[in-house]
Design a protein. Structure first.
Length: 498
């Protein structure tokens, strides 16, 4: 997809479709008014006829437009004629792009950034046009014989006034980087488990390092992990024929001595549950259990493309969780890299076994903060549904910064408590701790488990079990939480410099 910012008057632009806003009560946005004047009252006629009430998210496509420059006009309802909420702006954008998935529409000019959005500037507005449009036209057709996609949109120009050009341009660069990061994350998520193995993920990371020289990529093999004592991680991999990989991405574009931000992503390329086998319905969706890892790759791509002046380390422990003669068995006791022993009461609680050794590994970077993301618990879906990711951590300031980044990125988080009372649920009669804490508060006890390996640094955990992919008819990866993490990194690049 090709994106650009244009400042020329509307009647000088050429496109297959121009997108303009209309408010409730038949009030036209400035660009709708301009087109109305160029086309002898065309838009007012349509609105006055009652074909569009101007309610947010409504659309009408004007299929025949006089002249040769503009082939079509899409009217998009914006709601009341006052500054839009960020959510309504996004809703209008989504309605617009979804109604333009037509075979003959390749080039768009979008005038919607002119609408005022509460507390948001042109940078944010142009960035979100790109993120929303790019997200909406994504389709995973790689493994279909017929690779035709619903949308043929190839070029999008965002109209901006001269005075806002600089902000709109920087929003464009951010939007392109984040959209590309999300695309990578979604593609890796949507790939099936028989293609997207730990080895494949490692290759993708190496390829990313080839494309962005600022990303140094290293892969630890099982022998390396054994030498480090990663007994928890390796115990999960023992039940799989695919070798585990520990992917390390190193991005050093910040101050030489600045402590790094460490991002850890669960890269479980298929979670059958192990000996505690999952039930059959919906098990295919456990190919998405590597979305935390894919998020680390997508976010590091975005950071590298934006050339953020930060030091960032990405860690992706990657394995499968399969039933096998050599798999973990309920009751088995493992020794983690930290030396703590773990009784495996349920082999399906494998994500925390990967993450605990990764957290211990992160200590060697003397991190400023560590943020892990994982499709960790079905319980998080029960608690928060598919709207917000779960947030837990040992540092209020970090949690606040992440939650705020989520609001701006439209990729929200909701914090759950990590009180010590919950730690008791992890008691084991035979080891330092059990890997599960019973059926109550599953998301919290999973985070409690992780917290025991995160005592040496500021740490936050994102449970993305409900947000990393959609189920049902529109099954597919969402690319979340790439927007939220990219926003956090952008904020950090800004404040660390100040
Ligand atoms: N990857 C799953 C969590 C999951 C399940 C995410 C369904 C999204 C949808 C994780 O490895 C897992 O199996 N967790 C168990 C933990 C339990 C055994 C304590 C779960 O949530 O059932
Ligand atoms: Mn599991
Ligand atoms: Zn899992």
């Amino acid at each position: 997809m090709d994106y650009s910012i244009v400042t020329a008057p509307l009647d000088e632009l050429h496109c297959d479709c121009m997108i303009v806003g209309v408010y409730q009560d038949r009030q036209l946005s400035p660009s709708a008014m301009a087109l109305n004047n160029s086309f002898n009252g065309l838009i007012k006629n349509i609105v006055n006829r009652g074909d569009l009430s101007g309610k947010n998210g409504e659309t009408v496509l004007i299929n025949a437009v006089p002249g040769n420059n503009i082939q079509r006009i899409l009217l998009v309802g914006l709601g009341e004629n006052k500054p839009l909420s960020a959510k309504n702006y996004k809703k209008a954008l989504l309605a617009a792009v979804n109604s333009l998935k037509k075979p003959k529409i390749e080039s768009l000019v979008c005038c919607l950034a002119e609408s005022e959005v509460i507390d948001r500037d042109w940078q944010w507005k142009s960035r979100h046009i790109i993120e929303t449009f790019n997200d909406a036209v994504y389709q995973f057709t790689e493994l279909k014989s017929d690779k035709e996609t619903e949308s043929n949109i190839q070029r999008i120009s965002i109209v901006a006034p001269e005075a806002e050009l600089a902000l709109a341009q920087s929003g464009l660069l951010q939007g392109k980087a984040i959209a590309e990061g999300m695309e990578l994350t979604k593609r890796l998520g949507d790939l099936p488990g028989n293609t997207c193995t730990p080895t494949y993920l490692a290759e993708q990371a190496l390829a990313l390092g080839q494309k962005y020289p600022s990303l140094a990529v290293k892969i630890l093999e099982e022998a390396d992990m054994a030498a480090l004592g990663m007994g928890a991680l390796l115990s999960v991999s023992r039940g799989s024929r695919q070798p585990a990989k520990f992917i390390i991405l190193d991005y050093q574009c910040g101050e030489k001595n600045a402590k790094p931000i460490v991002l850890i992503g669960k890269g479980l390329t298929f979670d059958a549950g192990g000996i505690s086998l999952k039930q059959a319905p919906g098990m295919d969706e456990m190919k998405y259990d590597m979305c935390g890892g894919a998020t680390v790759l997508g976010t590091m791509l975005a950071a590298a493309q934006m050339q953020l002046k930060l030091n960032i380390i990405g860690l992706i422990p990657s394995s499968e969780n399969m039933p096998d003669g050599d798999a973990n068995k309920p009751g088995d006791i493992l020794t983690s890299m930290a030396g703590k022993t773990i009784e495996v009461l349920n082999t399906d609680a494998e994500g925390r076994l990967l993450l605990c050794d990764s957290l211990t590994y992160a200590e060697r970077y003397n991190p400023d903060v560590v943020i892990d993301m994982a499709t960790l618990t079905g319980a998080c879906l029960v608690a928060l549904g598919r709207v917000a990711s779960g947030l837990l951590g040992n540092d209020d300031a970090l949690c606040d910064e992440l939650a705020e980044a989520g609001e701006i990125a439209n990729d929200s988080l909701w914090r759950l408590p990590l009180w010590e009372e919950y730690q008791e649920q992890l008691k084991s009669n035979f080891a330092d701790m059990a890997n599960v804490g019973g059926k109550d508060a599953g998301t919290i006890t999973a985070a409690c488990f992780l917290s025991r390996f995160a005592e040496k640094f500021r740490w936050a955990h994102l449970d993305i079990a409900g947000t990393a992919w959609r189920t049902g008819q529109n099954k597919g990866a969402t690319g979340r939480p790439v927007p939220l993490l990219s926003q956090y990194l952008l904020n950090r690049a800004h404040t660390d410099k100040a």
